[in-house]
Design a protein around this ligand. Structure first.
Ligand code: AN7
Length: 350
């Protein structure tokens, strides 16, 4: 507990005697069994993996700790990333922890408030651009050609290495791989990483099988589903507002090798799952995270039979990151004087 992924899974990671084993306590996140949705959806067993419990509130910390440790090991003094928000928060945190300079480039107005607050407070140098994530990543790729600075987006293979540890944890917790894994897809690094983790654990005989990988994009940002780049991606799930995923091929390989699918859900389906997960299970994930549950609901609606099956939904980030989505979609909240009678009347309790 609290050892961090570098120490816990060092045998499966690019850890050498020169790698600093620093941690903020990432990994070891809860795998929580569903209280009610499992029955409603007819799953044998349904679990949520709460990646929002990582130190900066998203799964990015698993990969960032490895990428930043390797950057330090190689003598780098600064890192850079493009981000829809969570990668920048994580890079800023681990960069400050390891004493590195951090620069982040994010799309203006399209990153959730909590994520921006994190990057600011951790002390990163922040640039916003009047364009989307894909363009920010293009700029970052160009900058690292010109300056001695380490790129820590998931095209850095150390990020994928760290993120695959979430698959290890699921197998360690369940005793084997699940039948199905539902996961949001944006830049597609995470689905690529999970698949790598499940395959490596099977090869190491820690698991007897691998799950079907069920990836879900947002309908307005679904390049892999459509088979072409989306120039102007649109979705309220800003974390996955990505039109040209860097790990496109990794996602397709995960889908095809596992016998899974990559599909999309509408923003309305994402919002419904976002509310359902909170109101029925007590789990507050961010909108992008709800794409996994929205995808599961969609598949069950289309006739996927999950009786007797073990299903895991990855909840990639905490809902606290993006309170504005919640507040925008709420009924008006009564504002009353501090008067017991009026409050009782409004509650309908008298
Ligand atoms: C909560 O932070 O791309 O498919 O720049 O923040 O591995 O990209 C975030 C992605 C899912 C999609 N859920 O994962 C970024 C960024 C949440 C996320 C994804 C993201 P990938």
């Amino acid at each position: 507990m609290g050892r961090g992924v570098l120490l816990r899974y060092r045998d499966f990671l690019p850890v050498t005697s020169a790698t600093p084993l620093v941690t903020l306590g990432e990994g070891d996140t809860p795998l929580v069994r569903s209280g009610s949705l499992e029955r409603e959806l007819g799953c044998g067993e349904l679990y949520f993996k709460l990646e929002g419990c990582n130190p900066t509130g998203s799964f990015k910390d698993r990969g960032m700790v490895v990428a930043v440790a390797k950057a330090v090991e190689s003598g780098s003094s600064s890192v850079i990333c493009a981000s829809t928000g969570n990668t920048s928060a994580s890079a800023a945190a681990y960069g400050s922890r390891f004493g590195l300079g951090v620069t982040v480039i994010v799309p203006k107005g399209k990153i959730a408030l909590g994520k921006l607050a994190q990057a600011i407070t951790y002390g990163a140098k922040i640039i916003t651009i009047e364009d989307n994530f894909d363009q920010a990543l293009h700029i970052v790729r160009t900058l690292v050609q010109k300056y001695p600075i380490t790129l820590v987006n998931s095209i850095n293979p150390h990020r994928i290495e760290g993120q695959k540890t979430a698959a290890f944890e699921i197998v360690d917790d369940l005793g084997d791989a699940p039948d199905y894994l539902f996961i949001p897809v944006g830049n597609a690094g995470n689905i690529t990483a999970y698949w790598k983790g499940f395959v490596e654990y099977r090869q190491a005989s820690r698991a007897s099988r691998t799950p079907k990988m069920m990836g879900f994009q947002a309908e307005g940002a679904a390049p892999i589903v459509k088979g072409r780049i989306v120039k102007k991606p649109k979705t309220l799930a800003t974390a996955i507002r990505i039109g040209n995923p860097a790990s496109w091929h990794g996602a397709v390989a995960a889908r095809d090798q596992s016998g899974g699918i990559i599909d999309c859900t509408t923003d309305d389906e994402i919002l419904a799952a976002y509310k359902l997960m909170a109101s029925k299970e007590g789990i507050f994930g961010e909108p992008a995270s709800a794409a996994s549950l929205a995808g599961l609901i969609k598949m069950v609606g289309q006739g996927l039979r999950l009786a007797g099956k073990r299903v895991v939904c990855i909840i990639t980030g905490t809902g606290l990151k993006d309170p504005q989505v919640s507040l925008r979609h709420v009924e008006p909240i009564p504002q009353l004087p501090a008067d017991l009678n009026v409050i009782e009347q409004t509650l309908g309790w008298n």
